[in-house]
Design a protein around this ligand. Structure first.
Ligand SMILES: Nc1ncnc2[nH]cnc12
Ligand SMILES: [Zn+2]
Length: 338
């Protein structure tokens, strides 16, 4: 008998919106705290999990930055990324483009090479052991200054071969894309891809300005673009990829319930939607869980699910050869189940 959940598990998947610091599960947080002699303000893993109730993005970010403090050594960053790659392998996520936030660590005195070396070692092992391909996207924290972002870009220059692009994350309210125009222009000059969180909590104008002023090739979240009909038409016509994160939007109260998520409307308008997990350790599930829950809630057909997976392949920064392999794997799985 056709089992849709099994189909979603087995189909080749690509993730384009995942913060590695947001994949830090409470168990690993406690393990690293112990290893680094840090006392967490929670008595147990259960206590910590109970604290994961958020009314908005900022409440989440406060806990997320606090949690990241257990990350101190290259081995810690390796262990963090390795745990995520193991989940990818389990769930058949075959290509992933991972955000990391160097300023969260350099502000605490951790060297950028400590972060990057640990992440790169995990990526190399994920390829040799699991055949998973991965790219890293370095995000600037928008609550910090553009000067700090420029300093970060300068510090990353020796490691640019490990970084496919730059992104923009953290508090959207009060920190619009135009604040980072110069550093994004510098990143473009260096040949880096550009993406930005926009229209998550902030207005549709942030989506338009990220596109226009930062010259991004993907919008992260973008759900609030729906408030501007002209913009929606332009995004759809250009097939600008939107990396939508359904569980995140529910946990951060962008929407009250998954059933109220605007995903069906976004698809109906012809937007280039992809499904992603954002910060799975904090939001209750990985890419597979997001896809399975959405497919149940919105009664998606196997063809629709395969199309969403193909959207992620098309929007990825993988090589053309890798894209073609991934696309073929998706088609094969669909053919097998039809
Ligand atoms: N959902 C999100 N929005 C903005 N910044 C983030 N950093 C980690 N997760 C984020
Ligand atoms: Zn995000």
């Amino acid at each position: 008998m056709f089992n849709q959940q099994d189909f979603i598990k087995k189909i080749a998947k690509v993730e384009l919106h995942l913060h590695i610091e947001g994949s830090l599960e409470p168990e690993l947080m406690f393990k690293l705290a112990k290893r680094n002699d840090i006392t967490l303000p929670y008595a147990s893993v259960e206590d910590l999990r109970k604290a994961y109730q958020f009314n908005n993005l900022q409440e989440f970010l406060d806990l997320y930055y606090q949690g990241a403090e257990v990350l101190q050594t290259e081995q810690d960053f390796f262990d963090l990324a390795w745990a995520y790659f193991e989940t990818c392998h389990r769930d058949n996520v075959l290509h992933t483009e991972i955000f990391f936030d160097p300023q969260t660590h350099t502000e605490r005195g951790i060297a950028i090479y400590t972060v990057i070396n640990g992440l790169v070692r995990a990526k190399q092992q994920a390829f040799t052991q699991f055949g998973i391909t991965c790219e890293y996207i370095m995000c600037f924290l928008r609550h910090l200054s553009q000067d700090s972002a420029i300093e970060t870009l300068e510090a990353a220059k020796p490691y640019l071969k490990h970084i496919i692009g730059v992104g923009l994350d953290s508090s959207e309210q009060g920190h619009p894309p135009e604040k980072f125009q110069q550093v994004f222009a510098m990143a473009k000059q260096l040949g880096l891809q550009r993406v930005a969180h926009a229209g998550e909590e902030g207005p549709a104008a942030n989506v338009a300005n990220a596109w226009l002023l930062l010259d991004v090739s993907r919008i992260d979240h973008g759900v609030r673009c729906l408030e501007d009909e002209v913009l929606v038409k332009e995004l759809a016509a250009a097939q600008m990829p939107l990396t939508v994160c359904p569980f995140s939007n529910v946990k951060l109260k962008v929407v009250e319930h998954l059933s109220e998520h605007p995903l069906p409307k976004m698809l109906q308008k012809g937007l280039a939607v992809t499904i992603n997990s954002d910060d799975p350790a904090y939001f209750g599930g990985y890419l597979l869980d997001n896809l399975q829950a959405c497919s149940e809630t919105f009664a998606w057909s196997p063809l629709q699910i395969a199309q969403l997976c193909q959207n992620a392949v098309a929007a990825s920064y993988a090589s053309e050869q890798r894209k073609s392999e991934l696309s073929q794997l998706i088609d094969n799985r669909l053919a097998e189940f039809s």
